[in-house]
Write a protein that binds this ligand. Structure first.
Ligand SMILES: *Cc1c(COP(=O)(O)O)cnc(C)c1O
Length: 502
């Protein structure tokens, strides 16, 4: 291999932005409007990929190589009929803002008022998102952008762990914190035997958080109601968080699901949350934290205040009893990925976990009310994810977004009603259309034909749904989370597909 001559310097050919934009849009429009690549596309394109570092590059061919690849990627964006997962799509204005952030290579680690407005925009965006969720920015003073609801849940579990153990340390007269002494040291000093997580059909990312944070996946306990697994059973909570289960000396993080992934259902609402808080006050005072995982379901709070959505809105009430809240923007809000938030009651909660104080060159002003994101979020250097969210909030406001969320619910409910009317199908988990949010779960009544149902639906290449298991048997899920919807037309297409798949 030849080495560069001592006086050569790195160069790369300039790319004209207009040409690139045209090439990308041509390549995308040439792509078939299917969310998943065909097997032939995958077989043809796999051998064209680089898998080992080439000794020399070839800049003139790289762009054209990249432009051959779009047909090999899955993209819900390219078909509004993608109902397989709660992924959301991307609003055009959000994509524009995301490209702008990339074009400028913005970093939002440190707030420096004199250097950039990016962190100010991020702070304003977080305030506005809190308002969108009908929460008070004064009450929810800890606000962080995260890479997704998984990131939010990991940060939430870390925050809960530190807050709960720090409280016990303080009560035992110690000046240490989890941040200084570590989990093991903190538990030993405070006489805490363990940290457990209680949930009802908690999202898989909660188990991941328990693993990542050293709390133990085995210490996530399901305390769901028999037959309604998305609902916390307060008797079980009382037993597990109190003294009866033999875990005296443990602290508990209770995860409340607002929008369970199979059914879209909620724990309850104001009364249930109050009941949970009361139960924990009784059996685990000062030893429990309530986290709400509302990745997509929490946006029910932003639905129009009409009778049509009254029950869904009521299911998302009771957040005054919560200590932390997860919401995903890259789902229902239709921003691109790496876009979610975590809310806590004080910024100190987040700061205890994330403070990056060691680097003197990153010191920021002590008097500026806008904090540096690196001291309350998981990442230090990070992309400017708030810009696409800001763009969506600017473009649509409270009313426009209420209509977006309303249309998602209306489409899901129209599909649920239609499924209910088809004799061959059974709507799950109950036949109540009024309880449907944005996810419709169903299966064929003929059990023998359910195994292949998913294939018979998706192979028609008109809509894309996902399979799941409900009460131990296969079922299918239509998840509505995009922005391009026509309730009547989309429902009739789904009806035709389901009829053909019976
Ligand atoms: C999607 C989802 C998550 C994980 O979100 P990511 O954005 O994929 O990290 C967590 N909890 C719930 C309830 C979800 O729906």
């Amino acid at each position: 291999m030849s080495s560069p001559t001592p006086n050569s310097t790195f160069t790369t050919p300039p790319l004209d932005r207009t040409t690139v934009a045209t090439l990308i849009s041509t390549s995308l429009s040439a792509r078939p409007p299917l969310p998943f690549p065909t097997p032939t596309t995958l077989t043809t394109l796999t051998p064209t990929l680089l898998s080992h570092l080439p000794p020399t590059g070839h800049p003139p061919t790289t762009l054209s190589h990249l432009l051959t690849l779009p047909p090999a990627f899955s993209s819900p964006l390219l078909t509004p009929a993608f109902y397989a997962f709660v992924t959301g799509s991307t609003l055009p204005i959000a994509a524009a803002a995301d490209n702008l952030a990339t074009a400028l290579d913005c970093n939002v680690a440190v707030h420096d008022r004199g250097a950039s407005l990016a962190t100010t925009i991020e702070a304003h965006t977080l305030t506005m998102l809190t308002e969108l969720l009908r929460l008070s920015p004064e009450v929810w003073g800890g606000r962080a952008i995260t890479p997704g609801a998984t990131g939010s849940n990991i940060l939430a579990m870390a925050t809960a762990r530190d807050a709960l153990l720090d409280r016990r340390l303080k009560a035992s007269g110690s000046a240490e914190t989890v941040a200084s002494a570590g989990i093991v040291g903190a538990c030993v000093q405070a006489g805490v035997k363990g940290v457990q997580i209680l949930g009802a059909a908690a999202h898989s990312s909660v188990y991941k958080a328990a693993g990542v944070l050293g709390l133990g996946r085995g210490n996530v306990r399901d305390v769901g109601v028999e037959g309604e697994p998305w609902r916390l059973d307060l008797e079980k909570v009382r037993r597990e968080a109190g003294r009866e289960a033999g875990r005296e000396g443990w602290v508990s993080v209770v995860v409340v699901g607002m929008g369970e992934v199979n059914t879209g259902r909620y724990f309850g609402g104001e009364e249930e949350m109050k009941g949970l808080k009361g139960c924990l006050e009784e059996v685990a005072k000062g030893r429990a934290w309530i986290h709400v995982d509302g990745a997509f379901g929490i946006f029910a709070r932003s639905l129009p205040e009409t009778e049509e959505f009254a029950s869904l809105r009521a299911s998302s009430e009771g957040l005054q009893y919560a200590d932390s809240i997860t919401a995903d923007c890259h789902k229902a809000l239709n921003t691109p990925y790496a876009s979610a938030i975590l809310l806590t009651r004080t910024e100190t909660d987040l700061n205890n976990v994330c403070n990056n104080g060691a680097a003197a060159y990153l010191k920021t002003s002590a008097t500026d009310p806008i904090p540096s994101p690196l001291n309350h979020g998981l990442e230090n250097s990070r992309r400017f994810s708030a810009l696409p969210i800001y763009a969506v909030l600017h473009a649509h406001g409270r009313e426009g977004l209420a209509l977006l969320f309303a249309t998602q619910v209306r489409l899901a409910r129209a599909v649920a009603s239609m499924v209910k009317e088809l004799e061959a199908y059974e709507l799950l988990p109950t036949a109540e259309v009024a309880e449907v949010g944005t996810i419709v779960l169903f299966r064929l009544r003929d059990q023998g034909r359910n195994e292949e149902l998913l294939g018979r639906i998706n192979d028609q290449n008109r809509i894309y749904v996902s399979g799941t298991s409900w009460e131990g048997r296969p079922a299918v899920r239509v998840a509505v989370s995009g922005w391009e919807m026509d309730v009547e037309k989309d429902t009739s297409v789904i009806r035709e597909v389901l009829k053909a798949a019976e």
